[in-house]
Ligand binder design. Sequence first.
Ligand SMILES: C[S@@+](CC[C@H](N)C(=O)[O-])C[C@H]1O[C@@H](n2cnc3c(N)ncnc32)[C@H](O)[C@@H]1O
Length: 229
Amino acid sequence: MSNNSNQHPKLTKRLTRLLDMIKPNAYQVIWDGCCDHGYLGEALLSSNYTEQVIFVDIVPEITRNLSIRLAKYSSDSFQVLTKSMTEIEPEQQLRHLIVLAGIGGDLSIEILKELSQKYGGYCDFLLCSVNRNFQLRRFLSSNGLLITEESFITENGRYYELMMTTQLIEPEIKASPVGNFWDGKNSHHANYLKKLLNHYSHYKNQDTLESEAFFEYKKLESEVFKDNL
Ligand SMILES: C[S@@+](CC[C@H](N)C(=O)[O-])C[C@H]1O[C@@H](n2cnc3c(N)ncnc32)[C@H](O)[C@@H]1O
């Protein structure tokens, strides 16, 4: 069991894994983007991972309640903002980590489109989208965002891909469109792949990114899961 899951009992397995992927003191500012309950940001705040945690959610009631709960922490160690993550303005000259977790892949892409060009030079992104990871990976590799670490977990019957990314200076490294975490002997990975293949099989005769996803996952199946076929 990770040390972080003992220290932060409110964190789910998914949030604990995200916390485990963050190096303490590597960033001056960490953004808990689309924070909702803000449990991840609060764990960062209470464990002094960074100089400042900025919580952002678009729903005023959420940020109002969160501000009340966080009042026990020193006011210069955090901010709570009510706005869209597409509108944040990370301060230059500081090293930032922006966490985007628990949202759909399309929203992650929309936010990254706004932020990565303008701020990518001094921001890393920690991503855990609830769907459309193929499309998200494709966006990352076409926009010079390199996955430096990735992970996979299952929780409550759902599957999650987690990725730490950084902006490349030389954006020519070819990233895998399906990810590098796959283990042919892991039954959760096999079940997740089955689910993805089932979903994308509906698109296989089209000329779209979805049909490309189907053939890439099929290739993965024949390469990594050949013993299960
Ligand atoms: C399911 S919660 C995810 C909470 C947390 N990040 C997690 O991983 O458990 C998604 C949150 O995203 C917020 N949200 C949706 N669109 C947003 C946007 N464009 N900018 C900021 N927050 C947004 C919603 O209000 C909601 O609270």
